[in-house]
Design a protein around this ligand. Structure first.
Ligand code: SAH
Length: 259
Protein backbone atom coordinates (compact mmCIF):
# COMPACT_ATOMS: atom_id res chain seq x y z
CA UNK A 1 0.00 0.00 0.00
CA UNK A 2 2.81 2.45 0.78
CA UNK A 3 4.19 1.83 -2.74
CA UNK A 4 1.18 3.73 -4.03
CA UNK A 5 2.35 6.89 -2.32
CA UNK A 6 5.00 8.90 -4.19
CA UNK A 7 6.94 11.89 -2.99
CA UNK A 8 7.39 14.56 -5.66
CA UNK A 9 10.08 17.22 -5.24
CA UNK A 10 9.78 20.14 -7.62
CA UNK A 11 12.91 21.96 -8.90
CA UNK A 12 15.02 21.17 -5.86
CA UNK A 13 18.19 23.29 -5.82
CA UNK A 14 20.19 21.56 -3.10
CA UNK A 15 20.94 17.89 -3.80
CA UNK A 16 21.54 17.43 -0.08
CA UNK A 17 17.83 17.99 0.43
CA UNK A 18 17.03 15.25 -2.08
CA UNK A 19 19.23 12.88 -0.07
CA UNK A 20 17.64 14.02 3.20
CA UNK A 21 14.19 13.46 1.74
CA UNK A 22 15.17 9.95 0.56
CA UNK A 23 16.40 9.10 4.04
CA UNK A 24 13.21 10.43 5.65
CA UNK A 25 11.13 8.39 3.22
CA UNK A 26 13.04 5.17 3.79
CA UNK A 27 12.78 5.59 7.57
CA UNK A 28 9.00 5.73 7.20
CA UNK A 29 8.66 2.94 4.64
CA UNK A 30 8.06 5.10 1.57
CA UNK A 31 10.06 4.25 -1.53
CA UNK A 32 8.87 6.15 -4.59
CA UNK A 33 10.66 9.41 -5.22
CA UNK A 34 9.93 11.56 -8.27
CA UNK A 35 12.15 14.56 -9.04
CA UNK A 36 10.82 17.30 -11.28
CA UNK A 37 13.70 19.04 -13.07
CA UNK A 38 16.19 18.98 -10.18
CA UNK A 39 19.03 21.50 -10.42
CA UNK A 40 21.80 19.06 -9.53
CA UNK A 41 21.12 15.32 -9.61
CA UNK A 42 22.62 12.70 -9.37
CA UNK A 43 24.99 14.14 -6.82
CA UNK A 44 27.47 13.08 -4.17
CA UNK A 45 25.77 15.45 -1.72
CA UNK A 46 22.49 13.63 -2.21
CA UNK A 47 24.17 10.27 -1.57
CA UNK A 48 25.91 11.63 1.54
CA UNK A 49 22.72 13.02 3.05
CA UNK A 50 20.74 9.87 2.15
CA UNK A 51 23.06 7.95 4.48
CA UNK A 52 22.09 4.50 3.31
CA UNK A 53 18.86 5.31 1.50
CA UNK A 54 20.70 5.27 -1.82
CA UNK A 55 18.35 2.63 -3.22
CA UNK A 56 15.64 5.30 -3.19
CA UNK A 57 17.92 7.75 -5.00
CA UNK A 58 18.90 5.09 -7.55
CA UNK A 59 15.27 4.29 -8.24
CA UNK A 60 14.18 7.97 -8.31
CA UNK A 61 12.32 8.95 -11.42
CA UNK A 62 13.49 12.22 -12.96
CA UNK A 63 10.92 14.05 -15.08
CA UNK A 64 10.71 17.44 -16.76
CA UNK A 65 7.35 18.70 -15.56
CA UNK A 66 4.98 18.36 -12.61
CA UNK A 67 2.37 17.09 -15.04
CA UNK A 68 4.54 14.08 -15.86
CA UNK A 69 5.20 13.47 -12.17
CA UNK A 70 1.47 13.30 -11.47
CA UNK A 71 0.51 10.85 -14.23
CA UNK A 72 -1.86 8.20 -12.84
CA UNK A 73 -2.46 9.99 -9.53
CA UNK A 74 -5.90 9.88 -7.93
CA UNK A 75 -5.01 12.14 -5.03
CA UNK A 76 -2.53 15.01 -5.18
CA UNK A 77 -1.53 16.79 -1.98
CA UNK A 78 0.51 19.96 -2.33
CA UNK A 79 2.48 21.35 0.58
CA UNK A 80 2.88 25.00 1.38
CA UNK A 81 4.95 26.72 4.03
CA UNK A 82 2.42 29.50 4.11
CA UNK A 83 -1.03 28.97 5.52
CA UNK A 84 -3.79 29.71 3.02
CA UNK A 85 -1.61 31.03 0.21
CA UNK A 86 -4.60 30.63 -2.06
CA UNK A 87 -8.02 29.60 -0.72
CA UNK A 88 -8.11 25.86 -1.21
CA UNK A 89 -9.25 22.75 0.70
CA UNK A 90 -6.65 22.44 3.41
CA UNK A 91 -5.52 19.40 5.40
CA UNK A 92 -3.20 19.26 8.36
CA UNK A 93 -0.41 16.65 8.22
CA UNK A 94 -2.42 14.14 10.27
CA UNK A 95 -5.40 14.36 7.96
CA UNK A 96 -3.00 14.15 5.03
CA UNK A 97 -1.58 10.87 6.41
CA UNK A 98 -5.04 9.38 6.83
CA UNK A 99 -6.31 10.56 3.42
CA UNK A 100 -3.17 9.21 1.69
CA UNK A 101 -3.50 5.80 3.33
CA UNK A 102 -7.22 5.58 2.62
CA UNK A 103 -6.65 6.34 -1.05
CA UNK A 104 -3.69 3.96 -1.29
CA UNK A 105 -5.64 1.19 0.47
CA UNK A 106 -8.27 1.42 -2.25
CA UNK A 107 -5.56 0.94 -4.87
CA UNK A 108 -5.38 4.66 -5.71
CA UNK A 109 -2.16 6.51 -6.46
CA UNK A 110 -1.16 9.37 -4.20
CA UNK A 111 1.37 12.19 -4.69
CA UNK A 112 2.81 14.33 -1.92
CA UNK A 113 4.23 17.37 -3.68
CA UNK A 114 6.97 19.59 -2.24
CA UNK A 115 8.21 22.89 -3.59
CA UNK A 116 11.44 24.76 -4.18
CA UNK A 117 13.63 25.72 -1.24
CA UNK A 118 13.45 29.43 -2.05
CA UNK A 119 10.03 29.86 -3.60
CA UNK A 120 7.87 26.85 -2.71
CA UNK A 121 5.26 25.80 -5.29
CA UNK A 122 3.79 28.29 -7.76
CA UNK A 123 0.09 29.09 -7.63
CA UNK A 124 -0.34 27.18 -10.86
CA UNK A 125 1.30 24.12 -9.35
CA UNK A 126 -0.77 24.44 -6.18
CA UNK A 127 -3.91 24.54 -8.28
CA UNK A 128 -3.04 21.13 -9.70
CA UNK A 129 -3.46 19.68 -6.20
CA UNK A 130 -6.68 18.35 -4.72
CA UNK A 131 -5.70 19.52 -1.26
CA UNK A 132 -3.08 21.71 0.29
CA UNK A 133 -1.20 20.62 3.37
CA UNK A 134 0.34 23.06 5.79
CA UNK A 135 2.50 21.94 8.70
CA UNK A 136 1.27 24.19 11.51
CA UNK A 137 4.60 25.84 12.22
CA UNK A 138 5.06 29.17 13.99
CA UNK A 139 3.68 31.80 11.56
CA UNK A 140 6.64 34.03 12.41
CA UNK A 141 9.04 31.35 11.09
CA UNK A 142 6.88 29.00 9.12
CA UNK A 143 9.18 27.50 6.53
CA UNK A 144 10.73 24.12 7.32
CA UNK A 145 13.74 22.70 5.56
CA UNK A 146 12.49 20.71 2.57
CA UNK A 147 13.70 17.32 3.86
CA UNK A 148 12.27 18.11 7.31
CA UNK A 149 8.87 18.82 5.73
CA UNK A 150 9.09 15.48 3.88
CA UNK A 151 9.89 13.83 7.22
CA UNK A 152 6.82 15.26 8.94
CA UNK A 153 4.43 14.13 6.21
CA UNK A 154 6.10 10.74 5.79
CA UNK A 155 5.80 10.21 9.55
CA UNK A 156 2.11 10.99 9.50
CA UNK A 157 1.62 8.60 6.59
CA UNK A 158 3.38 5.91 8.60
CA UNK A 159 1.28 6.55 11.71
CA UNK A 160 -1.93 6.32 9.66
CA UNK A 161 -0.64 3.20 7.91
CA UNK A 162 0.26 1.50 11.20
CA UNK A 163 -3.16 2.37 12.62
CA UNK A 164 -4.86 0.98 9.49
CA UNK A 165 -2.90 -2.27 9.89
CA UNK A 166 -3.73 -2.43 13.58
CA UNK A 167 -0.01 -2.45 14.23
CA UNK A 168 1.23 -0.96 17.47
CA UNK A 169 2.84 2.46 17.19
CA UNK A 170 4.73 1.78 20.39
CA UNK A 171 7.54 -0.70 20.09
CA UNK A 172 6.97 -3.23 22.83
CA UNK A 173 10.06 -5.32 23.16
CA UNK A 174 9.43 -6.68 26.62
CA UNK A 175 10.25 -10.31 27.25
CA UNK A 176 7.31 -12.50 28.17
CA UNK A 177 8.47 -12.63 31.78
CA UNK A 178 8.90 -8.86 31.88
CA UNK A 179 5.40 -8.40 30.50
CA UNK A 180 4.09 -10.70 33.19
CA UNK A 181 5.95 -8.95 35.97
CA UNK A 182 4.81 -5.54 34.76
CA UNK A 183 1.19 -6.63 35.08
CA UNK A 184 -0.71 -4.77 37.77
CA UNK A 185 -1.52 -6.63 40.96
CA UNK A 186 -5.03 -7.86 41.56
CA UNK A 187 -7.31 -6.57 44.32
CA UNK A 188 -6.86 -9.74 46.40
CA UNK A 189 -3.05 -9.56 46.11
CA UNK A 190 -3.20 -5.95 47.25
CA UNK A 191 -5.46 -6.98 50.14
CA UNK A 192 -3.06 -9.63 51.42
CA UNK A 193 -0.21 -7.11 51.05
CA UNK A 194 -2.10 -4.72 53.38
CA UNK A 195 -2.40 -7.53 55.92
CA UNK A 196 1.34 -8.20 55.66
CA UNK A 197 2.16 -4.48 55.87
CA UNK A 198 0.02 -4.06 58.96
CA UNK A 199 1.71 -7.04 60.58
CA UNK A 200 5.14 -5.55 59.90
CA UNK A 201 4.15 -2.11 61.15
CA UNK A 202 2.85 -3.60 64.38
CA UNK A 203 5.98 -5.71 64.71
CA UNK A 204 8.32 -2.71 64.44
CA UNK A 205 6.12 -0.66 66.77
CA UNK A 206 5.04 1.87 64.19
CA UNK A 207 1.38 0.91 64.39
CA UNK A 208 -0.35 0.49 67.72
CA UNK A 209 -3.25 -1.98 67.20
CA UNK A 210 -5.04 -0.36 70.13
CA UNK A 211 -4.78 3.09 68.50
CA UNK A 212 -4.50 2.48 64.75
CA UNK A 213 -5.92 5.91 63.82
CA UNK A 214 -5.99 6.39 60.04
CA UNK A 215 -2.60 4.94 59.22
CA UNK A 216 -3.79 1.90 57.24
CA UNK A 217 -6.43 3.97 55.43
CA UNK A 218 -3.78 6.44 54.34
CA UNK A 219 -1.39 3.70 53.28
CA UNK A 220 -4.18 2.02 51.32
CA UNK A 221 -4.78 5.30 49.53
CA UNK A 222 -1.07 5.65 48.79
CA UNK A 223 -0.59 2.13 47.40
CA UNK A 224 -4.01 2.16 45.76
CA UNK A 225 -2.99 4.95 43.41
CA UNK A 226 0.49 3.60 42.73
CA UNK A 227 -0.48 0.97 40.15
CA UNK A 228 1.92 -1.47 41.78
CA UNK A 229 3.03 -4.25 39.43
CA UNK A 230 3.41 -7.91 40.37
CA UNK A 231 7.18 -7.57 40.34
CA UNK A 232 7.08 -4.50 42.58
CA UNK A 233 4.66 -6.26 44.91
CA UNK A 234 7.11 -9.15 45.26
CA UNK A 235 9.81 -6.69 46.26
CA UNK A 236 7.56 -5.02 48.84
CA UNK A 237 6.51 -8.38 50.25
CA UNK A 238 10.17 -9.43 50.47
CA UNK A 239 11.02 -6.25 52.38
CA UNK A 240 8.14 -6.86 54.81
CA UNK A 241 9.19 -10.46 55.43
CA UNK A 242 12.75 -9.41 56.21
CA UNK A 243 11.56 -6.46 58.32
CA UNK A 244 9.47 -8.77 60.47
CA UNK A 245 12.37 -11.20 60.82
CA UNK A 246 14.73 -8.38 61.80
CA UNK A 247 12.27 -7.02 64.34
CA UNK A 248 11.96 -10.46 65.88
CA UNK A 249 15.74 -10.73 66.04
CA UNK A 250 15.74 -13.66 63.66
CA UNK A 251 18.79 -14.16 61.57
CA UNK A 252 18.44 -12.86 58.07
CA UNK A 253 20.75 -13.15 55.11
CA UNK A 254 22.25 -10.01 53.72
CA UNK A 255 21.32 -8.71 50.28
CA UNK A 256 18.37 -10.94 49.57
CA UNK A 257 17.03 -8.49 47.06
CA UNK A 258 17.01 -10.05 43.64
CA UNK A 259 15.51 -7.43 41.43
N1 SAH B 1 10.04 30.27 0.73
C1 SAH B 1 9.23 29.18 0.45
C2 SAH B 1 9.59 28.08 1.40
C3 SAH B 1 9.70 26.82 0.74
S1 SAH B 1 10.29 25.62 1.84
C4 SAH B 1 7.77 29.53 0.61
O1 SAH B 1 7.51 30.50 1.28
O2 SAH B 1 6.91 28.83 0.12
C5 SAH B 1 10.40 24.28 0.71
C6 SAH B 1 9.23 23.32 0.73
O3 SAH B 1 9.18 22.67 1.99
C7 SAH B 1 7.87 23.95 0.55
O4 SAH B 1 7.58 24.22 -0.80
C8 SAH B 1 7.02 22.86 1.11
O5 SAH B 1 6.93 21.83 0.17
C9 SAH B 1 7.83 22.39 2.28
N2 SAH B 1 7.47 23.10 3.53
C10 SAH B 1 8.26 23.89 4.27
N3 SAH B 1 7.60 24.34 5.35
C11 SAH B 1 6.36 23.82 5.30
C12 SAH B 1 5.20 23.92 6.11
N4 SAH B 1 5.18 24.64 7.22
N5 SAH B 1 4.11 23.24 5.74
C13 SAH B 1 4.11 22.47 4.62
N6 SAH B 1 5.17 22.37 3.80
C14 SAH B 1 6.28 23.01 4.14
Amino acid sequence: MLENIRVVLVNTSHPGNIGGAARAMKNMGLSRLVLVDPLDFPSGDAVARASGATDILDAAQVVGTLEEALVGCNLVLGTSARDRRIPWPLLDPRECGVASCEQAAQGGEVALVFGREYAGLTNEELQRCHYHVHIPSDPAFSSLNLAAAVQVLAYEVRMAWLAAQNQPTKVLKLEATAIQSSQPVTADELESFYGHLQEALVEIGFLDPAKPRHLMTRLRRLYGRSEVSKLEMNILRGILTETIKAARGEHHKQGKADV
